[in-house]
Design a binder for this molecule. Structure first.
Ligand code: UDX
Ligand code: UDX
Ligand code: ADP
Length: 484
């Protein structure tokens, strides 16, 4: 009946599931939301004062709903059985072996979640794809559910999440759009309306877009590919700027003023990172190949290649400006997360840059305000799957990991270092006392700004040799051309 309280269950309490469900609970007091996960420690953290992810504003949202209409639990089956709407937000990493290794999405977690839903359900369910998955996953999930249905009716929806880490709460409060894809049958349309009415509690109607299943699934991959492509485009320009004396910030500003292009997402950087861009593009590439579209596949592959090029270019610039060797030299790394305001290091460009420097036998002292020492050591010792990645073809030996120390602040990291590399755009790096840092470093002292956060003119005034992505080069750097 309509008086019955709607129950939502989300499988997967990660970077997407956690914040999304917390905001649904906050905005829909009449809905009961349970977030479940098989990871016991993760659920314990969601129930504690120390949430498992750092996200501005998240603590307040969780505190105001937890225990009222928001629950975190490891009792997956109970909450799935009770729910009317089940969001699936489990991880979908890139396959590391077998067919499609290095490109295709690994749907193991998805499939086991779907089989579990089929096992425990006793009433009709709406099952919502929340994590990015390859186009036509919904069809596979539908098959698993209906072949094991015991007479229960399932409706599959695709409702991809567009939040960005670091701004997740703002993005969820005021999304550019909410996208819901479903079957074009009457039952499918009814399910779309049910999910739409959840979002309608705070999202204006005209921002809720309803499409067919495949359009919704593909739009998510397309949006991430377009966003990543903008960054690779501006990063490709940054190399040309350095070669010609143009300033990439001036070029971005001028280009972005064209309303057809727009000003956002045009910041040149050491490269994009994060759990989505590379994974989703690889996935898109794989889907194109499977559909006999190699030209389209190659087009998108290039976005990743330029990103890899940008990271190796940065490492080469560091090495070449320090007389072609960093062997035994201490280099400070400021920032390890893939962007500011998150502690997430998945696919962070810092991993490739650090491995590149360690490959040249540098000693690294790393500081990031939100990433733990444990995480950094894990990321640098991991020999992850390589797909056209020139930088991490070499697994890190235990001895090179010993060349890494993690510090508590930027000054400690910089002390005695020949160079300072800024790899994440944390606000605090803009306000450091660079004169004090300069005094504590051997000379010549270098700054390599991978995020264009420092005032290069001021730093040069102090005495630093400064390299900033896409900016006119110091005479020092002009004399020591990098071989990319
Ligand atoms: C991205 C999408 O923005 C989001 O819509 C989707 O749901 C998930 O993937 P996220 O990866 O969390 O979000 O962060 P985002 O802000 O997109 O940044 C991704 C990477 O691009 C970061 O490494 C960031 O530093 C880099 N970036 C971003 C640039 O180098 N330049 C820019 O102008 C913008
Ligand atoms: C372009 C630039 O827009 C303009 O700023 C510059 O000064 C000169 O080059 P123009 O070539 O006159 O202008 O027309 P434009 O509207 O940009 O269209 C170029 C081509 O792209 C046309 O063939 C158009 O049909 C095509 N196009 C445009 C598309 O196929 N899809 C679109 O979404 C937009
Ligand atoms: P995302 O960034 O997409 O949110 P995360 O890796 O942060 O991805 O979160 C995915 C979560 O899904 C993990 O906490 C993982 O333990 C959980 N998970 C994976 N498979 C299952 C499953 N079958 N049942 C419950 N939780 C699962």
């Amino acid at each position: 009946s309509s008086a019955k309280m709607v129950k939502i269950c989300c499988i997967g309490a990660g970077y997407v599931g956690g914040p999304t469900m917390a905001v649904i609970a906050l905005k829909c007091p009449s809905i009961e939301v349970a977030v479940v996960d098989i990871a016991v420690s993760r659920i314990a953290a969601w129930n504690s004062d120390q949430l498992p992810i750092y996200e501005p504003g998240l603590d307040d949202v969780v505190k105001s709903c937890r225990g009222k209409n928001l629950f975190f639990s490891t009792d997956v089956e109970k909450h799935v059985a009770e729910a009317d709407i089940i969001f699936v937000s489990v991880n979908t990493p890139t396959k590391t072996r077998g067919l499609g290794a290095g490109k295709a999405a690994d749907l193991t977690y998805w499939e086991s979640a779907a089989r579990m839903i089929a096992d425990v359900s006793k009433s009709d369910k709406i099952v919502v794809e929340k994590s990015t998955v390859p186009v036509k996953t919904a069809e596979a999930i539908e098959k698993i559910l209906t072949h094991n249905s015991k007479g229960i009716k399932y409706q599959i929806l695709s409702n991809p999440e567009f939040l960005a880490e670091g701004t997740a709460i703002d993005d969820l409060f005021a999304p550019d759009r909410v996208l819901i894809g479903g079957r074009e049958t009457p039952e499918g349309q009814k399910a779309i309306q049910a999910l739409k009415s959840v979002y309608a509690n705070w999202v204006p109607e005209e921002r809720i877009i309803c499409t067919n299943l495949w359009s919704a699934e593909l739009s998510k991959l397309a949006a991430n590919a377009f966003l990543a492509q903008r960054i690779s485009s501006v990063n490709a320009m940054s190399a040309l700027c350095e070669a010609t004396g143009a300033d990439v910030a001036e070029v971005s500003h001028a280009v972005g003023k064209d309303s057809r292009i727009g000003p956002k997402f045009l910041n040149a950087s050491v490269g994009f990172g994060g759990s989505c861009f590379q994974k989703d593009i690889l996935n898109l590439v794989y889907i194109c190949e499977c559909n006999g579209l190699p030209e389209v596949a190659n087009y998108w592959k290039q976005v990743i290649k330029v990103n890899d090029y940008q990271k190796s270019r940065f490492v080469n610039r560091i090495v070449s400006s320090m007389f072609n060797t960093v062997s035994g030299k201490k280099i400070a790394i400021l920032g390890f997360a893939f962007k500011k305001d998150t502690g997430d290091t998945r696919e962070t460009p810092a991993i490739d840059v650090c491995k590149g420097l360690l490959g040249d036998k540098a000693r690294l002292s790393i500081y990031d305000p939100q990433v733990t020492e444990d995480q950094i050591q894990r990321d640098l010792s991991m020999n992850k799957f390589d797909w056209d990645h020139p930088l991490h073809l070499q697994p890190m030996s235990p001895s090179s990991v010993k060349q890494v120390s993690v510090e508590w602040d930027a000054y400690a990291a910089a002390k005695g270092a020949h160079g300072l590399c800024i790899l994440t755009e944390w606000d605090e790096f803009k306000k450091l006392d660079y004169r004090r840092i300069y005094e504590s470093m051997p000379k010549p002292a270098f700054v390599f700004d991978g995020r264009n956060v420092v005032n290069a003119a001021e730093l040069r005034e102090i005495g630093f040799v400064v390299y900033a992505i896409g900016k006119p080069l110091d005479s020092w750097l002009k004399d020591m051309p990098a071989v990319a």
